[in-house]
Design a protein around this ligand. Structure first.
Ligand code: FES
Length: 104
């Protein structure tokens, strides 16, 4: 596992997805209120970057900009077609004063 530093909560604007490079993958990080949510930045339908999508802050969902599949930011599960497979998600924790995730 590799630890990826995400910085601080205040580095992120609420509801604005941001692409973050990590070893071997790209992540999409979304702030909703006091939490960060992290998924692979790759729609499970056709590998399109979810960071180009739209966030529903109240529902904690992200919509792929390519064909409109919805994913839960909480667990990466697909909530609408055309996606049928989940996107990997990562639990955020705090370490040494900043937010981090562990990626495989
Ligand atoms: S690439 Fe995301 S819904 Fe098709």
């Amino acid at each position: 596992m590799t630890t990826v530093a995400l910085g601080r909560l205040s580095d992120y604007e609420v509801g604005v997805p941001r692409s973050v490079a990590a070893p071997g993958r790209t992540l999409v990080v979304v702030r909703i209120e006091g939490s960060l949510y992290v998924l692979d930045d790759r729609c499970s339908h056709e590998d399109f970057p979810l960071s180009q999508g739209y966030v529903d802050v109240e529902a904690a969902e992200i919509e792929c900009a390519r064909h409109g599949a919805l994913f839960s930011l909480v667990d990466g599960e697909p909530l609408s077609l055309p996606a049928t497979r989940p996107v990997a998600h990562y639990e955020v924790r705090e370490a040494d004063g900043q937010l981090v995730v562990e990626v495989p």
